[in-house]
Design a binder for this molecule. Structure first.
Ligand SMILES: [Ca+2]
Ligand SMILES: [Ca+2]
Ligand SMILES: [Ca+2]
Length: 340
């Protein structure tokens, strides 16, 4: 037998679980992005591994193993976008790989120092600014629907952070994100995609709400019970930058089709001739494609984003994406969903 490094043997020994061979247990640590940070504790209540599974371990066991209970972990976007321990952060956020872009054998993604345990509610990621937590209740009418939430600085109109759930998981759940600065006031804007077209439509087509957060003194936790006091939060229109004005700026239409299977059409109107750039970026803000970049006359235009184009296909996984139209000094952003 090939000699194993002593550290590997020690690591394997602390992962003992009698229902599974040692080498199978240990290999699972390498099947998660940054799996080496919390090792067996990612999936087990006991930090040493073995025994009862924590909520993340249960989720893996019940839907994300290839080949039965002794199989390999299937690290996919569906698992990354669950918040298994309901601490307000999705599994992918906790493991520094929001959209499950990491593949086994790749270097550890993101910043391992920011990793938290996706199976332990007391372990959450670090972030910049103060934490905002929103506890949802009575959300039964929206279970399974896309939910997006953002924090907007009231004075500047700038969005400081945003997050989403591709599917509201239950009547009661929690969403958390960082970005609050002391003494500033914010809007927490959020909506549930009631009509299921993958993007914001003003109420009552979608259900949207706004919570006002007064001058921040530290972490903020709010409770929200489903109600019909809707607010048009104008999601998708750029917030801040240069206080976008519809009458002067470009108009960006909803892409069609959406959700996107292989290609989608992006149409827009220019009030005046301008240098135009259309970019697609993912939920982490990484640009995945530039659909066009050039000078256009005023009027109606459209461009196709073809995900099957070789340069894009390799990087585009199912999930939420944003498309941004820049025309001169103005820009507009909207949301789309890419599905397999
Ligand atoms: Ca979590
Ligand atoms: Ca956690
Ligand atoms: Ca909608």
């Amino acid at each position: 037998m090939k000699r194993l490094p002593i550290l590997f043997i020690i690591a394997a020994l602390v992962c003992i679980e009698f229902s599974l061979p040692l080498n199978a247990r240990e290999k699972r640590v390498d099947q998660l992005p940054n799996g080496g940070v919390d090792r067996c504790a990612n999936c087990h209540v006991s930090a040493g591994g073995g025994g009862p599974r924590n909520p993340f371990g249960e989720a893996v066991l019940n839907g994300f193993l290839n080949g039965g209970q002794f199989g390999d972990v299937n690290w996919v976007v569906g698992l990354a976008h669950l918040d298994s321990d309901n601490d307000g952060f999705m599994n992918g956020e906790e493991l520094q790989d929001l959209n499950a872009e990491w593949m086994m054998g790749d270097p550890a993604p993101g910043n391992p120092a920011l990793v938290s345990n996706p199976g332990e509610i007391g372990s959450i990621p670090n972030g910049d600014g103060a934490l905002f937590t929103l506890n949802f209740t009575d959300m039964t009418p929206h279970i399974g629907q896309l939910l997006e939430l953002r924090l907007v600085d009231v004075e500047t109109g700038m969005e400081v952070n945003s997050t989403f759930r591709p599917a509201v998981p239950a009547a009661t759940f929690k969403v958390a994100l960082y970005g609050l600065q002391e003494t500033r006031a914010y809007f927490a804007d959020f909506y549930a995609d009631l009509n299921g077209n993958g993007q914001y439509d003003p109420p009552p087509v979608d259900h949207a709400w706004r919570i006002e957060i007064p001058a921040v003194e530290g972490p903020v936790e709010e409770n929200f019970t489903h109600n019909t006091n809707f607010t048009d939060i104008r999601w998708g229109q750029i917030v801040g930058v240069d206080s976008f004005n519809e009458s002067e700026g470009p108009v960006l239409h909803a892409n069609y089709p959406n959700p996107v299977y292989g290609a989608t059409n992006i149409a827009f109107e220019l009030q005046s001739a301008a240098d135009v750039r259309i970019e697609i970026f993912d939920a982490r803000g990484q640009i995945v494609s530039v659909v066009m970049d050039g000078y256009l006359d005023a009027g109606h235009h459209s461009r196709i984003w073809d995900l099957r184009a070789a340069s894009d296909a390799a990087r585009v996984k199912p999930g939420i994406y944003f498309y941004r139209l820049k025309a001169g000094a103005r820009e507009v952003v909207r949301t789309m969903i890419v599905v397999e």
